[in-house]
Design a protein around this ligand. Sequence first.
Ligand SMILES: C[S@@+](CC[C@H](N)C(=O)[O-])C[C@H]1O[C@@H](n2cnc3c(N)ncnc32)[C@H](O)[C@@H]1O
Length: 419
Amino acid sequence: MKKTHEYLDSWSLLAEIPSGNEAHAELLRRAALDICAQDVPGNFVVLSQEDAVAIMLASVISKHTRQMRILFLPNAVLEKCAENLGRYNGAFSVRSLDGLLTEKQNARNWLGKVAFLHVAGVSQAEFCLELLERQLSGQAVVMLETVRPIDLKCEGRLETVVHQHESGIQMLKYCKAAVSNNAIPSDLIAEFWEDDPVKRGILTLMSDNERFQLYFAVRRLLPLNSHLIRFIEIGSFQGGTFYEICRALQRQALLFQGISIEPELDSSLDGVLRLFEGSIVHLRMMSGQAVPMLAGYLEGGVLPELMLIDGDHRYAGVYSDVCNYYPLLAPGGLLLFHDYLPPVNEENQEFIKQRTGGQSGVGEVCRELVEQELGLIPIELPLLYPEDPVQTMAYQPIIPGVFSTLRAYRKPYGHGSRA
Ligand SMILES: C[S@@+](CC[C@H](N)C(=O)[O-])C[C@H]1O[C@@H](n2cnc3c(N)ncnc32)[C@H](O)[C@@H]1O
């Protein structure tokens, strides 16, 4: 067995733990590394009581993941390994699994999308796969510890044993292709994937469904009333959605100008802005500061036909962005928001509270200001994967009934503009 420097490093920690099994841990390590390398979305769920496994996975995720992940572990393991687990940081956190699997519906929601499932024994595997199948990522890995081969009935396809180890561990790959919406033309879907920032390694905080909806809006719903198409994005982060909008406009061979309002500038956003040099403006400031400047700049000129409000998500922040920027939107233009959550009800309250901490935000501003006061009606955008329960980031809990948090409106032609 080839021992890399990193492996030995992790093993020195494992050696402290009596139940460690070198060969077994190496098999798991490689599977976890693959998930991180391929950026398979989702959390790691580990039911086995082995401390070595927990430590090994924490080590791999902390060093290699490119997206946020949660490592769910049995509480007994968490308690025993607290000190060792505490040595790892990075884009991951560790949570207790206890209690979650007994609450069937909630288990699904709290665990989010699953990229890695480690179970011991056939009956545990059957139970977990039946429970979690709906949210296993395509390419998820299921590690099963049983000597006898299994015939698991689940809707997707679990490739027969990919690897069987003498220690009794079997590695199975889940290969269910996500079913895309057949009402969407296939050429639009193909172009979306070609223009997808995630494919280029540019981070965005939108899910596949949300990115597709944004792409659809830019490709199919802009009024295109002018020779120049302007758009404003409040909150560009690392440039993911800004890149996507620019690419969708380029696809239509449109002359465009993208205005990014983002106080931070990291190397990723800088790279994106350079790609579209000549067609973009970056206002490196908060949206409130940029308004007077923009109003002057746009005065008498072409107004933006698209605005994506994705900056400060607190109620007061979103409220003032709408008050300040809506007058600058061209009549017939699109007003988009990210992180819209529906009104709280009995079914979703726990999960919405977990996301918002009980604070009002985008959803409340959309309903109270945009819909009730301004009288705008939400536009339905097609979902690429109508059955995918993940709304934004794969690691987050699934909010029942929410398939996307992108919210879209069109400014009526009768509504005036200020600039
Ligand atoms: C959710 S991220 C934007 C994600 C991005 N649209 C994407 O998905 O690729 C929010 C960003 O808004 C920025 N931000 C926060 N408050 C802002 C404000 N008042 N004006 C402009 N940007 C703001 C933050 O710096 C952060 O980068």
